[in-house]
Design a protein around this ligand. Structure first.
Ligand code: DX5
Ligand code: ZN
Length: 229
């Protein structure tokens, strides 16, 4: 997996882009590392976005690895389909299933990396022992459902715990953070040990999304430069 040795990964979230022009939104950030795609079902979160047909269509219009973030109920039923549609990484929420390991194995069997997402209020400790089943750990730094919310700095405690555990155990899982990441918040997240940074508003609500990605990358790289991995 890229990340731990190759510097911070930036994953623009198209949730903040123009949904009528998603192919253009992807092209606007072709220097980014992943394209973050927020799938919401109106049940797990109080918002409804896009689903499998859009991911399948978008796949043909971007070379960026697609990082699908499923904020949905019953991920066991739906998550493997996103892998089959060509997603690079498929993250589902720990709160949405009683058997996250089974879902992760099905995602991997379908050809994608598997990600475990946890909401800001969800403790990390109970999931440490199953991290070996995952390729990414997505720590939400806002309550899932909407872009443009304020960063919840308290979740950095979980980032530090995850970082220590991962480094001590030699796992290759990437730590991803999602919500309220911008030029003011990315440094503290990088210092805490995040590998991959999702940013929606801070990328797409600017005049130049590509330049915004590069600014975020530089800030994260500078802040994490002293960390020994
Ligand atoms: C929120 C989504 C995020 C969202 C982040 O539930 O998971 O990916 O797009 O948006 P910003 O960066 O605006 O907080
Ligand atoms: Zn997301």
């Amino acid at each position: 997996m890229p990340g731990n040795t190759s510097g911070p990964l930036i994953a623009p979230s198209i949730l903040s882009a123009d949904f009528a022009r998603l192919a253009d939104a992807a092209a606007a950030v072709n220097g980014a590392d992943w394209l973050h795609v927020d799938v919401m079902d109106g049940h797990f979160v109080p918002n409804l976005t896009i689903g499998l047909p859009v991911v399948e269509s978008l796949r043909a219009h971007t070379a960026l690895p697609m990082d699908c973030h499923l904020m949905i109920e019953n991920p066991g039923r739906w998550a493997p389909g996103y892998a089959e549609a060509g997603a690079y990484n498929v993250t589902f929420h720990a709160e949405a299933t009683d058997d996250p390991v089974a879902v992760a194995r099905d995602i991997r069997a379908a050809g994608a990396r598997a990600g475990l997402g946890i909401k800001p209020q969800t403790p990390l400790e109970r999931y440490l022992e199953i991290l070996r089943e995952f390729d990414t750990l997505l720590i939400m730094s806002v309550d899932p459902g909407f872009g443009g919310q304020a960063f919840i700095a308290e979740v950095l405690t979980k980032v530090r715990t995850a970082r220590r555990f991962i480094d001590a155990t030699g796992l290759t899982i990437l730590v991803e953070i999602d919500g309220g990441i911008n030029e003011d918040t990315i440094e503290q997240a990088a210092e805490a040990g995040v590998d991959c940074f999702v940013a929606g508003t801070a990328v797409y609500h600017t005049d130049d999304p590509a330049a915004a990605v590069e600014r975020l990358r530089r800030r994260a790289a500078a802040a994490s430069a002293h960390l020994h991995r």
